[in-house]
Design a protein around this ligand. Structure first.
Ligand code: ADP
Length: 308
């Protein structure tokens, strides 16, 4: 399948293992650092490519070194970047992650992420593609406004569509999302996002409240697995047992696995299983893309755990 991923693109600068957490007016030391490809959309794009799909990404970055880094990282992963716009008036966004053994703090400069609009996406980007995916709906306030129209145009051209909301920094969980879901075939909230959107502690109750009769809603529930409402009936797949090294990007890798299976016409339960295997395998290495599954690895994990 040929995929078009439209969305944000930025590096993550990870400052690993702080000796003490930073406080104003003081300098603290960390044990290591890594510069990695960040952003939910890009991690999903790389996950799809790793599974053997043809993937194109449409995005916007600056003409700075961070933008170069992102484009090179995508190209190295086999993702077509010919529709990644380089805008000399924007700075590429960046997330700094200060990590410790128990938790981490994230600081993000949005830069080009905030000024990216559907109008930045050349209509030819969808040529030859069968599916369009967008992540980080709430973070991308420019793209958010036109997302429904972008999806409607994709539907008119015969593509299927999927959306990952990402966290809503305003925690209002609005932003025209329900209208956008009218043009969305698959929707991928995680547990926190599902609760914010559905207003209940019970994932299945949230799925029922969000059900619009058209969108397949897939709830990602971390180590508790995933649940979807398939024509009104809850379908649950447990998580594969792994010892996670870093869960960054597990949800985006799950999306890639689910979409790989679902766009081939696999039933919902099998697609959930494929997503869960890709989510679990992605946690075996640092960063969003370091541990992502190949097709053989995902199939081997499913086969070893649940048989055919
Ligand atoms: P997000 O990264 O969007 O918050 P989740 O944490 O729910 O999403 O992870 C997505 C999927 O990845 C889960 O539904 C699960 O299948 C898999 N996964 C995540 N964390 C683990 C884990 N600790 N063990 C096994 N599988 C996991």
């Amino acid at each position: 399948m040929r995929f078009l991923v439209v969305g944000e693109l930025n590096p993550d600068l990870i400052l690993c293992d702080y000796r003490s957490f930073p406080v104003l007016g003081q300098e603290v030391l960390v044990e290591d650092l890594e510069l990695m490809l960040g952003s939910a959309s890009a991690i999903c794009a790389v996950g799809l490519a790793r599974l053997g799909n043809t993937v194109r990404m449409a995005s916007k970055v600056g003409t700075d070194q961070w933008g170069d880094f992102c484009v090179h990282a995508l190209t190295d992963a086999g993702v077509d970047t010919s529709f990644v716009k380089r805008d000399p008036r924007s700075k590429t966004g960046l997330t700094v992650s200060i990590t410790g053994p128990k938790d981490r703090a994230l600081v993000t400069y949005l830069g080009a992420i905030a000024t990216f609009h559907a109008a930045d996406v050349d209509a030819r980007a969808a040529d030859g593609c069968g599916h369009l995916h967008v992540s980080s709906y709430f973070l991308q306030q420019g793209l958010q406004q036109d997302c429904r129209a972008l999806f409607a145009a994709a539907h008119a051209r015969g593509l299927t569509t999927s959306l990952d909301p990402g966290f809503d920094p305003s925690e209002k969980w609005a932003g025209g999302l329900r209208e956008t879901l009218g043009e969305t075939d698959v929707f991928f909230p995680n547990e926190v996002e599902l609760r914010g959107l559905g207003g209940s502690q019970d994932p299945v109750e949230c799925l029922r409240r969000l059900d619009n009769g058209h969108t397949l809603i897939v709830a990602k529930l971390g180590a508790a697995g995933c649940t979807a409402l398939d024509r009104g009936n809850p379908v649950h797949v447990p998580a594969f047992p792994v010892k996670p090294v870093d869960t960054t990007g597990a949800g985006d890798s799950f999306n890639a696995g689910f979409l790989h299976a679902w766009t081939q016409g696999m039933p919902v339960q099998e697609s959930l299983r494929f997503g869960a295997a890709c989510g679990a395998l992605s946690t075996r290495a640092m960063g969003g893309t370091g541990g992502q599954a190949s097709l053989e690895e995902a199939e081997a994990m499913i086969h070893a755990t649940v048989g055919n």
